[in-house]
Write a protein that binds this ligand. Structure first.
Ligand SMILES: [Zn+2]
Length: 161
């Protein structure tokens, strides 16, 4: 994806208030992110470990989403699969929950998905970050990238529906 500025990221949030979007922690090292290898930028909030964020471009529009980790720890020891990039990690997948955008979110509705805890799906898919055990798949990197993008688009569609 193309490199983004802090301002672009803050204005792209769809499921939090403008106030929250202006205060949340955006990575300081945006210039050093491996943009060429990213389908989306995801990060953990360094000051609030249960919070995570991701931003991507869908149909030419930037969309950013606020996520919260489920506090349940029991699943962490199990091997789990990321629902976006279909990578299997031991302890490296979190259930992340996004409040839905607009009225639905205000009424407490949310959408959850298992995702790589460090939100580095793009790098796992491209083999730029190692996961230990790999699934034996016959897909090419390009096909895996397309699948990740499609899974992410489906997740965001549920958040913004
Ligand atoms: Zn993943």
């Amino acid at each position: 994806m193309k490199p983004l500025t802090e301002q672009e990221i803050r204005t792209a949030f769809v499921n939090c208030t403008k106030g929250e979007a202006s205060r949340l922690n955006v990575p300081r090292n945006l210039a050093e992110q491996p943009w060429d290898d990213l389908d989306f930028l995801g990060w953990r909030d360094p000051q609030a470990p249960d919070r995570a964020y991701l931003v991507t471009e869908l149909d030419g529009r930037l969309v950013a989403v606020v996520l919260r980790s489920s506090s349940a720890a029991s699943w962490q020891a199990r091997r789990s699969m990321c629902s976006l990039c279909v990578t299997t990690h031991t302890g490296g997948v979190s259930l992340l929950v996004a409040p839905r955008a607009g009225k639905a979110g205000k009424q407490g509705n949310s959408v959850g998905a298992y995702m790589c805890s460090d939100l580095a799906c793009s790098l796992y898919v491209r083999g730029k970050k190692d996961v230990g055990t790999k699934l034996h798949e016959s897909l090419t990197v390009e096909e895996k990238v397309q699948r990740t993008v499609a899974n992410l688009a489906a997740f965001i569609a549920k958040v913004t529906a």
